[in-house]
Design a protein around this ligand. Sequence first.
Ligand code: HEM
Length: 184
Amino acid sequence: MALEPQAFIELMVKRVDFSKENKALLKLHGDWGKEIAPDMAERFYSYLGSDPEMNAIVNATEGRIQRLHQTFIQWFHEMFTGIDDWGNAYAECRWRIGLVHVRIGIGPQHVVPAMAHVMQEVSNRIKIDGKPEELQEALIRICTIDLAFIEQAYVEVTEAAVLKETGWTQGLFKRLITTGAGGR
Ligand code: HEM
């Protein structure tokens, strides 16, 4: 796969303007993040459960939904700790999460609304708990970076699979996409 997670996170940090101040604020509220993570997980899976297709995916195998609650809680808390100050380990972890979703067949149509739901729920909770407004900005920025990883994984895996299967060059593949394979 062409994507290099460390370089990708550095680019996203700049593009999303995820600042030193955002990071410091998240770290400062790390305990709060840990405390609310189980409730955020409840809300997240209750939302996925309300959609027949997503409900079928998260309950497709024995024990999956229980495992998902635990991995979501950890994922949510890591947005506050940054693992290694949002460095290489953080990027590798987010890239892996992206790959897991692609392999299960979860696409942008599932992930984008799901992340929007996380952003909405956490924004509500910030207001209820009287947390600073700037915390909302910081969380939306890190959620956006995490979302970019999952979406980019989808693109990278698709491209790599097509190139492997067809023997096409990357240049030809990109040309076919930009020209709509000759169509409109
Ligand atoms: C905000 C978006 C999402 C986040 C942050 C998220 C987070 C995670 C994390 C942290 C894992 C564990 C990855 C690992 O094993 O390393 C995971 C796995 C998984 N996610 Fe998501 N997820 C999101 C959206 C979705 C959606 C929309 C679906 C379903 C439609 C979904 C279904 C799954 C499934 C089925 C697994 C594999 C579970 C297993 O069998 O171990 N996720 N997710």
